[in-house]
Design a protein around this ligand. Structure first.
Ligand SMILES: [Zn+2]
Length: 533
């Protein structure tokens, strides 16, 4: 394999999640004898329900861990921290002040977090680590940089980033610093955010560019302004609050996470001046109503407020609705239901399809180009990606930077840089996840299968008291997908079944008979639980 890395003592990079499917970002760096996990994220399940909250990578083969570095506070980077910490309670967490405050406020993870900033220098054996602040859609996001002077190696690991050109909260990316840090090293390797590789937008607009179009809407509106977005985008939150202040609007908030990030923004100093915020929605002519739950989740505030028709949120003529977010693939239908309701209420809906309401938090292809031109790596590895993005990334890479080596790997595979150069240890293509219940406990697959069966088919429970001549029994139906009208018929059937079996009765056989009854009478097989007392 062609590679420009000189033989060196080994380091390896092993993604547990985030490469092949966007979400559950978590990558193990083995740096000499130190093991460092960058991010411990969660993936949201494709289907809602059954109590499944998140999916978290299994770390079965991981036996020791020295540290966990958290690049920023999005769920796909922090959602699995508790699972990792249960296994490695002594691993130090390194993260930024904002993320640390967020974790503590959410009660996630142990309290002993080591806060790092761009001046921090953490030693992992002969390797050093320092955060490199990048721009994104949540404050204090950084790329992880690792370097080893003995081996003349520099690694730039940027799972989520964009490059803002304005002067807002999230404008921190410094090419000067990048050149200063990476410049002295002969060998540079880039792991880079590929989220937007398929996007038509080559340069991702800066967060600040959304301010003027929003200001125009605020100025022109005659009624109330409803708006939704990811409140973790504190700069967006600040924009809405600043505009409300500017226009003399009162602000109401619906949703816990809106309040959570408002408080966090105040605590961390990102918000200093703000209008009066109330939980009460007043039918004021001119006010701003911020609602969380922009993806239309079933238990989310947006759905409750708009779709389920909470009267205080009843949209009225002249109100406008600003959808200042991206609809995450998979959520289209849920969001469309909300859009339909808004439009059916004769309220003007502004979203990315018809207005400039949102900017992405991820770099476009021209932004990637800028990073590559400034870093001048010898090897580029796409991360934070879906598998089906990778051919497009390769094609783009080969046309723009044919002189730079392109390496692709997937979850469960390991990129090893050893004395013989660079190679990929291919995995078996098995990508295992822990299924985490709403209460934080891990569920196994059998448990999930049982839940699905129960949800789909309901259950018939039958308790039989073991009496020889007079079978005594009680039955109950739960969640059958129809109403069993004639319980007397079922009763007679059970009586004959139970009476015909000699002592000791066989629960399995009775179970079978009950199923047969429903199959023959209703063409349907419920779950059956028979208990012999
Ligand atoms: Zn992110």
């Amino acid at each position: 394999m062609k590679n420009n890395l000189r033989p060196m003592s080994m380091f390896s990079v092993h993604p547990y999640g985030g490469v092949g499917q966007i979400g559950a970002n978590s990558t193990l760096f083995t740096l000499g004898d130190k093991k460092v996990l960058v991010d411990a994220g969660a993936l949201f399940p494709l289907e809602e329900g059954l109590g499944v909250n998140i999916l978290v990578p299994k770390y079965e083969d991981l036996e020791e861990l020295d540290a966990i570095i958290i690049t920023h506070g999005h769920e796909d980077h922090i959602g699995g921290i508790e699972v990792v910490q249960r296994k490695f309670p002594d691993a130090t967490i390194y993260t930024s002040n904002f993320t640390a405050k967020m974790l503590r406020k959410k009660n996630i993870g142990k309290l002993a977090i080591s806060i790092v900033n761009e001046k921090s220098l953490i030693h992992f054996g002969k390797w050093k680590f320092s955060p490199f602040y990048v721009d994104h859609s949540i404050p204090e996001t950084f790329a992880a940089t690792f370097w080893n002077e003995h081996e003349d190696q520099f690694i730039f690991f940027a799972p989520d980033f964009k490059i803002n050109t304005g002067a807002g909260i999230s404008s921190q990316f410094s090419f000067d610093r990048l050149k200063k840090m990476a410049g002295p090293f002969k060998h540079r390797m880039l792991f880079v955010d590929s989220t937007n590789i398929l996007s038509e937008q080559l340069k991702t607009p800066a967060e600040q560019e959304v301010v003027e179009p929003l200001r125009k809407l605020f100025k022109e509106s005659e009624g109330r302004i409803f708006a939704t977005f990811f409140p973790s985008n504190v700069e967006r939150l600040k924009t809405f609050l600043d505009l409300a202040l500017e226009q003399g609007l009162m602000v109401s908030m619906i949703g816990r996470s809106m309040r959570f990030f408002l408080d966090l923004a105040l605590e961390t100093g990102y918000l200093k001046t703000m209008p009066r915020v109330s939980d009460v929605i007043l039918p004021h002519k001119r006010s701003l109503i911020l609602i969380s739950g922009c993806q239309g989740d079933f238990n989310g505030s947006l759905r409750g407020a708009i779709l389920d028709g909470q009267s205080k949120c009843k949209l009225k003529e002249k109100d406008i609705f600003i959808y200042s977010a991206k609809v995450i693939p998979g959520n289209e239908k849920k969001v469309a239901l909300i859009f339909n309701k808004i439009v059916a209420s004769n309220v003007a809906l502004y979203n990315s399809d018809n207005y400039f309401t949102h900017v992405s938090g991820h770099a476009g292809r021209d932004d990637l180009k800028l990073l590559i031109q400034n870093l001048c790596p010898q090897v580029i590895v796409p991360i934070h990606t879906e598998s089906h993005f990778l051919p497009a990334f390769r094609k783009w890479h080969e046309s723009e930077f044919p002189e730079i080596e392109h390496v692709q790997f997937a979850n469960g595979e390991t990129l090893v840089v050893g004395s013989d150069g660079l190679e990929i240890e291919r995995g078996e293509g098995v990508w295992e996840f822990n299924i985490v219940h709403d209460n934080g406990q891990i569920m196994d697959k059998d448990n999930l299968r049982d839940r699905r069966k129960l949800a789909e088919s309901g259950i018939v429970s039958l308790a039989i008291q073991e009496k020889k001549n007079h079978p005594n029994y009680k039955f109950n139906f739960f969640g059958l997908p129809f109403h069993v009208e004639d319980q007397a018929d079922f009763d007679a059937y059970i009586f004959s079944v139970v009476s015909s079996f000699k002592m000791p009765r066989d629960a399995k056989l009775i179970e079978k008979k009950v199923k047969e009854y429903f199959v023959s009478k209703y063409s349907f097989k419920p779950n059956v639980s028979v208990v012999l007392l």
